[in-house]
Design a protein around this ligand. Structure first.
Ligand SMILES: C[S@@+](CC[C@H](N)C(=O)[O-])C[C@H]1O[C@@H](n2cnc3c(N)ncnc32)[C@H](O)[C@@H]1O
Length: 350
């Protein structure tokens, strides 16, 4: 699908969340109170033009520099603006003029509402496949987020490569998107409504993992996932048995990750010190790390905690001087839980 058609959909066809024809977008799950409080401070016009598929809400954001790919009217940027604090910075990129107009119109409103002397948010017009057209430095962002956008890109590999380039070592892209349980046939991919509704451009999950690895993100971690119901009989008829899922992945830019999870006899202990996470920290769907408990990890997980902004919240046991073979508990399970629940039982890996 061409950029112009997508711009048309988000700039001219849709005027607000109520115009969407399916519920693929706008499917926020239960949100913690501090996020609800941050959302309550976002301007009504920005909220009305929200088309995401789940709030992007990584922990430990104070002082971070964050880039939002496909920021739309800026809802997530204005939430993140509060979470990074006045010393942090949030940059939103989008290609659709009408969405950027809404986002830009309320910059001063939000700075004042959050009690900031100057806004820590700015929006840039551009394509997420061509971030090198914008004046953004390599290795300069702690985090890149995105909410229901990459499925719309005609060149998803370029988006991930650009993200990799812009992230600092130890940084991560943490993003929610729509995925498909199978590769989408081309006649559906060319349907402007199916595409605009974030369905028929969706990555088949296995292709996503392959593409992410090719872009340099060697060990993609699934944080949560949920099957999507479409709730539109005409569109359900068109897509047939293709299952769609909303999922959040985190991809760390770490240079020395193993292609598989390897056991070096290492373990971590979570100190319980990340704001809003006193009892446990959820690294990903298979790693709910309880406070104070010795938690065995593979070398990749160790690096995700040790070589990133999360390090000061953990004690680290062991080193990687001796290899003990494959990390026990690693499996080849499907990333999506088709019953709709998130496995927070902890332990294991991948
Ligand atoms: C489904 S909306 C999500 C917007 C926003 N993240 C939110 O949660 O409300 C998709 C947004 O991505 C933007 N977009 C889609 N493809 C893009 C691309 N290739 N480059 C830049 N922006 C893009 C659209 O303009 C639109 O604002």
């Amino acid at each position: 699908m061409k950029h112009e058609q997508i711009k048309d959909y988000y700039g001219k066809v849709l005027h607000g969340s109520d115009d969407l024809q399916t519920n693929a977008c706008c499917t926020d799950t239960d949100l913690p109170d501090y996020i609800k409080s941050a959302l309550s401070k976002v301007h009504d016009e920005v909220m009305a033009r929200y088309y995401g598929c789940g709030l992007v809400n990584p922990a430990e954001l104070k002082g971070m520099r964050i880039l939002d790919l496909g920021a739309g009217s800026g809802r997530d940027c204005y939430v993140l603006s509060q979470l990074v604090g006045e010393d942090g910075e949030v940059v939103g990129v989008d290609m659709t003029e009408e969405q950027l107009d809404v986002a830009n119109r309320h910059i001063d409103y939000h700075a004042e509402k959050f009690g900031y002397g100057a806004s820590n948010v700015r929006f840039l017009k551009g394509y997420i496949e061509r971030l090198d057209d914008l004046d953004l430095e390599d290795n300069s962002f702690d985090l890149i987020v995105s909410n229901c956008v990459i499925n719309l890109s005609p060149d998803k590999q370029a988006v991930l490569e650009q993200a990799y380039r812009l992230l600092k070592p130890g940084g991560e892209i943490y993003f929610s998107d729509v995925y498909a349980g199978r590769r989408i046939p081309s006649h559906l991919a060319e349907d402007p409504v199916l595409y605009g509704e974030c369905l028929s451009g969706a990555f088949y999950w296995h292709d996503f993992v392959t593409t992410a690895k090719a872009a340099g993100f060697l060990d993609p971690r699934l944080v949560e996932d949920r099957p999507l119901t479409i709730d539109n009989p005409e569109i359900e008829q068109k897509v047939g048995h293709i299952g769609f899922y909303s999922a959040t992945y985190r991809l760390f830019k770490l240079l020395n990750l193993d292609p598989q999870c390897e056991d070096y006899g290492q373990a971590v202990i979570y100190k319980g010190t990340i704001d809003h996470h006193p009892h446990s920290y959820l690294l990903d769907k298979h790693h709910l790390i309880e406070t104070g408990k010795v938690f065995p990890v593979c070398r990749n997980t160790w690096q995700m905690l040790h070589d990133t902004r999360l390090a000061r919240h953990f004690d680290f046991i062991g080193d990687d001087s001796t290899h003990y073979g494959v990390f026990e508990g690693c499996g080849t399970t499907l990333p999506f839980d088709t019953t709709g629940g998130s496995d927070e039982s902890g332990g294991g890996c991948c």
